[in-house]
Design a protein around this ligand. Structure first.
Ligand SMILES: [Zn+2]
Length: 136
């Protein structure tokens, strides 16, 4: 019975979001935990997932990064993954870039674990140049 009700109040009327579907349901029906059931139904609706309707708040505007005044003040990092396997067993590269000089430090790694990132940050940046004020 509930399945047919949802078909009528969600699927047949254009796959509205959970709030609107609940409003539509509440005009005619009531059952315990109706809100929770409605949310679960809409979240698990295959068509709604394919359409990929945005349900979160809008993103904010992109912000400009500050211009660094000294080397190693602002450092950004990223992983380059799925590289050919090296003799040492590494398939990834952890790359750190200084924004002031564009100097690059590339560290081969076998995993993408947090310890790889923290170890590279500590050994390559903090021990050599001190802690950056911004690490992206
Ligand atoms: Zn749907």
């Amino acid at each position: 019975m509930r399945q047919q009700t949802f078909l009528a109040c969600h699927d047949d009327v254009g796959h509205m979001d959970a709030k609107k579907t609940l409003y539509k349901l509440q005009q005619r029906y009531w059952w315990p935990k109706m809100r929770k059931y409605c949310k679960t139904y809409v979240r698990s609706c295959h068509k709604c997932q394919i359409v990929n309707r945005r349900t979160a708040n809008a993103y904010g505007f992109l912000q400009l990064l500050p211009i660094p005044t000294t080397p190693w003040e602002i450092v950004s990092s990223d992983h380059v993954i799925c590289l050919p396997l090296t003799k040492a067993g590494n398939t990834n590269m952890f790359v750190q870039i200084d924004h002031a000089t564009r100097y690059v430090i590339a560290t081969p790694s076998a995993s993408l674990a947090t310890s790889t990132v923290t170890d590279a940050l500590y050994r390559n940046i903090i021990l050599r140049y001190g802690p950056p004020s911004m690490y992206i």
